[in-house]
Structure formats: structure tokens, C-alpha cells
Design a protein around this ligand. Structure first.
Ligand SMILES: [Zn+2]
Length: 250
């Protein structure tokens, strides 16, 4: 599982995917819409039958964030169920590891690499914050196929590396270019979240076969159509605009 933002548990339940069987979990970055349901998932998977440690990988600060959640915020919840409702058994540990670019996980039949991506790094933060703000995309290789996940970000070398030659690339795309009307939104598109004026170039530059766009701002259907026609100008491969609960075979 990659990220656990709002709606994750509901989505897994609707797809009838058992919480307990998901392992490992990968985190792209620490915006709340990507990690807000992480502690809920870690506890709910235990109540759903998880008895094994849960491996979790994310950028620097991930291990500390999870430790704080489990030991200082939800420790009462965990103690309540561990000692009061003993049928669940003791809370199985979470093995959280901070990672940066490189090979993150090798399961034998499939491997996951991370690359650092630019997500707000040009917004003028000071060096201390920048040192604490690492954002990752992931590349999964299995059975000769490649799936890449941009995480949040804009066009950058790390993103192009992780998506190179991907059979399926999942790319954030926030808005159609025609809606970038205010200085704020223009800054978002340039530094924070790729929009329809750049995602096609990213996919074409990386030689992606098929791209799935996600992470849209709430928008009317005609804006989605505008995104599609913008991207088509730069990218001739297969293109899909994701909806919740979609499945794609590779
Ligand atoms: Zn973000």
C-alpha cells in the first residue's frame, strides 16, 4: 500500500481488501492527505486479525511520526484493547524505517525503489525545513513490468528516473492549465503539484507506456475533459483519469 490518506480504510473495505494482509506500507511524504489514516490503519489492521509486525517505509521522520502516534497519542487506545479486550492479543509491532532514494524493499519476486521528488521545494523554505521535508515517489518492478507512482510533486529528475519506461505510471495532476489564473495557483503548478501543462511532458520524457492521473482538485467534469485534451497534446500513450476504487491491470 502506498500512502494512507483520508478515505483509505473506507476504500479498502469497499474493495474487500483485508487490512491485516497488507504488507509493507510505503509513505510518499508527510502531508496529512497522504498519512492521515496511517495510525487508524495500523490499529484497525490489528483488530482485523493482524498478528505479524507491519513493515513501513517512508521519508526521514516517518519512524518518529509513527512512534509518536502509537506511543503518545493512541497509546490509551492500544492499552485499552490489549488489556481490556484481550481477544485481539497484544498489539503487533510496527517496523518503520526512514528511507531516501534507492532500493527500499526486495521481496524477491518484486522490488521497490524510491526517488526523491520536488514537492514545494522551490517555495522559499529555510534550510532547516528543507532538511526535514523529503518527498518520495516509488517504482515497483515485478515479472518484467514496471509501475511507478509519482507521489506529489512537479517535473524533476527524480520523477523522470522513477517513471522511466514504466508500463503504468500513476501521476498527480491538480488542475487544467486554463484554470491556473491566480498567482497562488500558478505557484502551486510550478512548485508543488504538476498540472495538465506538464504531466504529458513528464510521461513522454520518461517513455511511459500508460499513464493514470490522480490527485485532482475538486472540479466540474468539463475541467477533467480539459485536462485530458491538454495532456493528449504532449503524450500519445494510453491515458486514464482515475476515479476512486478503479483497478488497472499491468
Ligand atoms: Zn503533498
Amino acid at each position: 500500500m502506498f500512502d494512507a490518506g483520508r478515505g483509505t480504510l473506507n476504500g479498502l473495505a469497499r474493495k474487500r481488501i483485508a487490512f491485516a494482509g497488507i504488507d509493507p506500507v510505503f509513505v510518499t511524504h508527510h502531508h496529512v492527505d497522504h498519512v492521515g489514516e496511517l495510525p487508524d490503519y495500523l490499529i484497525a489492521s490489528w483488530l482485523d486479525g493482524r498478528r505479524l509486525p507491519r513493515r513501513l517505509f517512508g521519508p526521514p521522520g516517518t519512524a518518529a511520526m509513527v512512534r509518536t502516534q502509537l506511543e503518545s497519542i493512541y497509546d490509551r487506545d492500544i492499552e485499552f484493547r490489549s488489556t481490556g479486550e484481550t481477544a485481539f492479543g497484544p498489539f503487533p509491532p510496527v517496523e518503520a524505517t526512514d528511507v531516501r532514494s534507492g532500493l527500499v524493499h526486495d521481496a524477491g519476486a518484486w522490488r521497490v525503489h524510491a526517488e526523491e521528488v520536488e514537492h514545494g521545494h522551490g517555495l522559499g523554505f529555510g534550510p532547516l525545513f528543507r532538511s526535514r521535508w523529503v518527498c518520495l515517489g516509488y517504482r515497483i518492478e515485478a515479472e518484467g513490468k514496471v509501475v511507478s507512482i509519482s507521489g506529489d510533486g512537479v517535473s524533476c529528475e527524480g520523477l523522470l528516473r522513477l517513471a522511466r519506461g514504466a508500463d503504468l505510471h500513476v501521476q498527480c495532476c491538480y488542475l487544467p492549465a486554463a484554470e491556473l489564473r491566480t498567482p497562488h495557483l500558478q505557484r502551486v503548478a510550478r512548485y508543488t503539484l504538476a498540472c495538465s501543462d506538464t504531466v504529458g511532458k513528464i510521461a513522454a520524457g520518461a517513455g511511459v507506456r500508460r499513464m493514470v492521473l490522480t490527485h485532482f482538485r475538486r472540479m466540474p467534469p468539463e475541467w477533467l475533459a480539459a485536462i485530458e485534451s491538454d495532456v493528449r497534446r504532449d503524450f500519445s500513450g494510453e491515458l486514464a483519469l482515475a476515479r476512486d476504487l478503479d483497478e488497472f491491470d499491468v
